[in-house]
Design a protein around this ligand. Structure first.
Ligand code: FO1
Length: 337
């Protein structure tokens, strides 16, 4: 199906997304918006080369989720998967720590072929989205090489070695985003951000340190986010001092950051116009420092995803409707560089 609707600009919503939590809200936005009105930019810091294949886990999670073929239990990979390749690889003593299902393999083989032919990751994403019948613009955040490196008490680990092979066990001291200084956001992402008619920018409830910071580590993207007058709304991935899924709370603790929604707001300070927090954390709302929407942010089913997406868009519209003279352009506020 056509992805051309996204060039219209008006009523378009841009979601910055990484991982499973992000894909859930992206799916809600996809259902709530008219066809062609959603642009999803996806973290590529988790990408890696494995068994000779180019793997883009977060991109695939978004493609499979919006394409309706994601495994509902794992959140990553495809539904109705079989694992014959992995079993055979394991028998041969191959590297079986990263699970590649038989169906999922097709995505990696096709992508690897595209990239070997000199095509771009963004071209492959558009092709895969079209083949999966997705009527939204799905963009890797960059076509350049940017890799998340986790600095741990056990040395520096490429992201998937930390996340999957080591099951997030090593203690995190810092995160590095190799290549970020030189990486350029894909042109369609910059175009989307520069569009004065863009309705909202949603930072999905993805891990801020692992999934969203790779975006912000690209100087051009951070600058573009700083300059936009479109409302930027983040959804907190922390509920009641715990991460909904994944290692966010563990990493925050190891980095000496209190596991609160206030910390999430502080992390995005100067970048966001509003934060969406869970009702469990309502007591923190008065100390957030930006307008706050308190609601149920846990997304257990499609109805939850759609409802939260609708509320996030309405919250952005409300912020946009405030007198422009009252809204302080964020580019004039001190921002972390
Ligand atoms: N996550 C795991 O915990 N174990 C795996 O073996 C694994 C394999 C995998 C293969 C393809 C893919 O697209 C995702 C996969 N994931 C796996 C998920 C992935 O590591 C994470 O969801 C993200 O990188 C973090 O957002």
């Amino acid at each position: 199906m056509s992805q051309m609707g996204n060039d219209r600009g008006a009523d378009t919503v841009l979601a910055l997304c990484g991982g499973i939590g992000g894909a859930k809200l992206a799916l809600g936005l996809y259902h709530e918006l008219a066809p062609g009105q959603l642009v999803v930019a996806v973290n590529t810091g988790d990408d890696f080369e494995h068994l000779g294949l180019c793997i883009s886990p977060d991109l695939d999670t978004v493609l499979y989720t919006l394409g309706g073929v994601a495994d509902p239990n794992r959140g990553w990979g495809r539904a109705n998967e079989t694992w014959n390749f992995m079993s055979a690889l394991d028998e041969l003593g191959g590297e079986a720590w990263f699970q590649l299902g038989d169906r999922d393999l097709a995505m990696h083989v096709e992508r690897t072929g595209y990239l070997r032919d000199g095509k771009l990751l963004s071209e492959f994403a558009a092709h895969a989205a079209r083949k999966l019948g997705i009527n939204a613009l799905i963009l890797p955040m960059t076509d350049d090489r940017l890799r998340t490196i986790v600095v741990t008490n056990d040395g520096e680990l490429p992201f998937q070695r930390y996340f999957v092979e080591r099951r997030c066990a090593p203690v995190v001291g810092a995160l590095r985003f190799e290549g970020a200084e030189r990486a350029r956001p894909v042109a369609k992402l910059l175009k989307s951000l520069a569009n004065p008619a863009l309705r909202a920018i949603v930072i999905c409830p993805s891990n801020p340190y692992l999934s969203i910071d790779p975006f912000l580590a690209m100087p051009e993207l951070r600058r573009a986010l700083s300059c936009t007058r479109t409302p930027v709304i983040a959804v907190s991935p922390i509920i009641g001092n715990q991460a909904v899924k994944g290692p966010a709370a563990k990493i925050m603790t190891e980095l000496g950051i209190p596991v609160t929604t206030q910390s999430i707001a502080a992390h995005y300070r100067g970048l966001i116009d509003g934060l969406v927090i869970d009702a469990t954390d309502a007591h923190e709302a008065s100390n957030i420092g930006v307008p706050t929407l308190t609601t149920r942010t846990l997304m257990l089913d499609l109805a939850d995803r759609k409802r939260l997406a609708g509320e996030v868009i309405a919250f952005a519209d409300e912020i946009a409707s405030h007198d422009e003279t009252v809204r302080v352009p964020r580019s004039t506020i001190g921002r972390p560089s």
